[in-house]
Design a protein around this ligand. Structure first.
Ligand code: ATP
Ligand code: MG
Length: 361
């Protein structure tokens, strides 16, 4: 197979600490390139940032889709500077546009307890927690269909519909089952609430059962969302791949990384699995105005996002190497950033991870 291993990456640092951690992500990718032979062209874009907004009055130029639509992936820092641009303007003018226009219907977040990162769950060791949350990103509970009748009166009625389409449900389930199939445990858990939400959730369950037939080697189960959140806290070691609708996935994809520790290290991906459009890789954290410009942000979330990007591009070995290098560095107290009680700043921590990548065998 002669697959090209040259990747064009649209790099969008955005705001605040995004501008500090993105270069550390690129440094890790350059180290990967030296070791694994894949090559990258990094095209930097200044739009999708509040600075761009203040200069141009919009978050992105009219032709933003032409500018980045042909790239293999988008490597994103963080967007938002609420002091000068309201969050709904910056978010809706950038990330939400990417998600919609590039049909990034999978939101993927790994939940993995790393060495040196204190978990709020007592007694958990690295290795105990290692799973993925797969969230449906385009339909479900987050539809804008509905409205108010007799607003402002005693008879007020408010309705909002959940929308599930067969295409929409099946494509997220397919992604989740395929991910489970690639993993060692081959275990998929589906979040439901068919005992309370009597129309859409039984349909979701039905589609899971149907999809499972195509993956006989994947063991699967389902839990109601209420007990599932309890299990995240009490038995995080049970999980391997957890798939959920938009609302349930939203909750689980914040709860999961919280169980595994600090916000500075968690990565995320918004994926279009068919690769009709570029997917987007970003840390879970935001622009962190309170620490921006000080050189102290933890770069691990951004670097780990680079690993998710490599995995999506088919560079699986390189992706695992980045995660391993992060583990190597976090295991050493003197190589951690301040949020983890260490002495290093953003650049030195990023350099340590790149070094670990080059030295690992
Ligand atoms: P969002 O942009 O999603 O609305 P937010 O702006 O409310 O999020 P963040 O920017 O993620 O929040 O910051 C939340 C807190 O976590 C802040 O106190 C910030 O300093 C801290 N934090 C976030 N990212 C990092 C990081 N990479 N390293 C160290 N601390 C961080
Ligand atoms: Mg913010």
């Amino acid at each position: 197979m002669s697959r090209s291993r040259h990747y064009r990456i649209a790099v969008i640092p955005g705001d605040g600490i995004g501008k500090e951690v993105v270069p550390e992500g690129l440094r890790a990718l350059e180290a990967v390139s030296k070791r694994f032979g894949c090559t990258f062209a990094f095209d930097q874009f200044a739009f999708a940032s509040c600075d761009y907004f203040l200069e141009h009055g919009v978050m992105m130029p009219d032709d933003w889709k032409d500018q980045i639509g042909g790239h293999d992936a988008i490597f994103f820092g963080a967007v938002g500077w609420p002091e000068s641009v309201p969050d709904h303007v910056s978010l809706w003018g950038s990330l939400i546009q990417f998600r919609r226009e590039f049909d990034q219907y999978v939101n993927l977040r790994p939940v993995k307890l790393m060495p040196g990162v204190p978990s709020p769950l007592a007694g958990r060791e690295p290795g105990d927690i290692d799973f993925y949350v797969v969230r449906e990103n385009t339909e479900g509970e987050y539809s804008s269909i509905g409205g108010r009748i007799f607003p402002g009166t005693e008879r007020e009625v408010v309705v909002q519909e959940t929308v599930m389409t067969r295409v929409g449900v099946d494509r997220i389930l397919k992604f989740a089952f395929e991910l489970a199939q690639r993993r060692e445990k081959k275990h998929l858990t589906s979040a439901t609430k068919s005992n309370g939400i009597a129309i859409t959730m039984p349909y979701w369950d039905e589609r899971v059962e149907d999809m499972a037939r195509a993956y006989p080697d994947v063991r699967w189960d389902k839990y109601h969302i209420d007990i599932l959140t309890a299990h995240f806290v009490q038995h995080p070691d049970w999980f391997d791949v957890v798939v959920a609708s938009n609302l349930f996935g939203d909750i689980l994809s914040d709860l999961g990384p919280a169980c595994a520790g600090t916000i500075g290290i968690a990565p995320a991906a918004n994926i279009n699995p068919e690769r009709d459009f570029p997917s987007l890789f970003e840390p879970v954290h935001g622009s962190a105005p309170d620490i921006a410009g000080q050189g102290i942000a933890n770069p691990v979330g951004q670097i780990w996002s680079a690993a998710l990007m490599l995995d999506h591009l088919g560079e699986r070995q390189a992706a695992s190497a980045i995660v391993a290098a992060i583990e190597t560095v976090l295991a050493q107290p003197r190589l951690r950033t301040r949020d983890l009680g260490g002495p290093l700043g953003t650049v030195d921590c990023g350099a340590a991870i790149a070094q670990a990548l080059l030295e690992a065998r």
